[in-house]
Ligand binder design. Structure first.
Ligand SMILES: CC(C)(COP(=O)(O)OP(=O)(O)OC[C@H]1O[C@@H](n2cnc3c(N)ncnc32)[C@H](O)[C@@H]1OP(=O)(O)O)[C@@H](O)C(=O)NCCC(=O)NCCS
Length: 225
């Protein structure tokens, strides 16, 4: 999938004269950069091997890139792409399970997460999916809020799903539960319009999904099949 967006708030995170954002399929050639971003965004990040295994499994893996326009050595403008974020999704029978969604820390809270969800929802609908599913840590308040605002609903809890990093009684490794969330892709009016910097992206989403919504999160930290 490929689309071009020009959010008007990117000047806050870059001194570049202009940027254009677009989607690009993740390949093995990108994994080092992806794993670096992953490390910067999570306490319990996926390993490069997790991403490599996901590629081998044929999961849908898209990167959101920004082409930073910078002055060239001989004058003019050169473009140097920057990785803004990515998602990894697994297709089921009539559903898509979001396994990982990540926005680089410097680009968070500017609408890019919503755009990744839009891209996922668009692809999922094209694949005939009716639902989006994801798991998220209860402690990840920001991600949970993003999903709720997008239209996801809490539908369950998986006990002890995530590593916690601490130890409990007798030194046993503590675990954190996962909140399970889902979104009906054909739900009328489920998507909540977002105004602000990435407004072009939201306009795209609204027309693409015509009142539907969706997506899911990157929550199987260390839980790849
Ligand atoms: C969770 C995550 C993917 C969300 O992505 P994001 O880019 O931060 O989310 P968005 O910017 O789309 O939306 C979040 C906020 O930006 C605001 N926003 C949305 N569009 C905007 C825009 N165009 N301009 C400015 N702000 C905007 C939203 O209103 C929302 O505000 P709030 O936090 O006050 O509720 C990202 O924060 C992330 O990668 N976190 C670390 C990894 C992680 O936890 N992943 C999920 C695991 S389940």
């Amino acid at each position: 999938m490929s689309a071009v967006f020009k959010p008007d708030n990117l000047k806050e995170v870059s001194t570049a004269a202009s940027q254009e954002a677009y989607f690009e399929p993740m390949t093995h050639a990108h994994l080092e950069a992806v794993a670096q971003l992953e490390q910067s965004a999570y306490r319990f990040p996926w390993t490069q091997g997790n991403f490599s295994d996901s590629l081998k499994c044929g999961y849908h893996m898209q990167m959101l890139m920004a082409g930073q326009a910078v002055p060239g050595l001989t004058g003019g403008i050169q473009s140097s792409p920057v990785l803004i974020g990515y998602f990894v999704a697994m297709k089921g029978v009539d559903e898509t399970h979001l396994l990982n969604i990540t926005v680089a820390p410097a680009y968070q809270r500017q609408g890019w997460g919503h755009l990744l969800l839009d891209a996922l929802a668009l692809w999922s609908r094209g694949e005939g999916a009716q639902w989006l599913w994801l798991e998220v840590r209860p402690s990840n308040a920001h991600a949970k809020a993003v999903y709720l605002r997008y239209g996801f609903r809490e539908v369950g809890l998986r006990k002890g799903y995530y590593p916690d990093g601490g130890s409990g009684l007798l030194g046993a490794a503590r675990r954190e539960d996962a909140v399970v969330m889902s979104l009906a892709l054909n739900a009328i009016g489920a998507a909540q319009p977002v105004t602000g910097g990435a407004s072009a992206d939201r306009a795209f989403a609204g027309s693409a999904f015509a009142g539907s919504a969706s997506v899911d999160s990157a929550s199987t930290r260390g839980k790849l099949p």
